[in-house]
Design a protein. Structure first.
Length: 119
């Protein structure tokens, strides 16, 4: 980093350098965003899905989920494929509640539903 004070005459060149670096940063940022978008819309085979899921279930387990329509899937001829963005949403939807969340829900339920049948 330059520690000297720029002169007025050097300002156009300094601004040109700043704009050039900004354009380079924008290009890199756009490339990162497009890579993330492509990855999010990736398709998984059954084997790829088993590797991707956190608990690495057996293929037979995933077949059971598809027959029960528990997990989002698509049929491609005879094979079953999975979209990464749908699997991520499914994982977030089925995340476990913490003990505190369950306790708060129970307190809210009791507060909003007084005992019935008591006089």
């Amino acid at each position: 980093m330059c520690t000297t004070v720029p002169t007025f005459d050097a300002m156009p060149q300094i601004m040109a350098n700043i704009l050039e670096k900004l354009e380079t940063l924008e290009q890199k940022f756009d490339a990162l965003q497009s890579n993330n978008k492509v990855e999010e819309d990736a398709w998984f085979s059954l084997q790829d899905l088993c590797k991707y899921l956190p608990n690495h279930p057996a293929e037979q387990t995933v077949y059971g989920w598809t027959s029960n329509h528990t997990i989002p899937f698509h049929k491609n001829g005879k094979s079953i494929i999975f979209r990464k963005s749908e699997i991520d949403a499914w994982l977030m939807q089925n995340s476990s509640k913490s003990v505190k969340d369950i306790y708060d829900e129970a307190r809210e339920y009791v507060a909003n539903n007084p005992k019935r049948g008591r006089k």
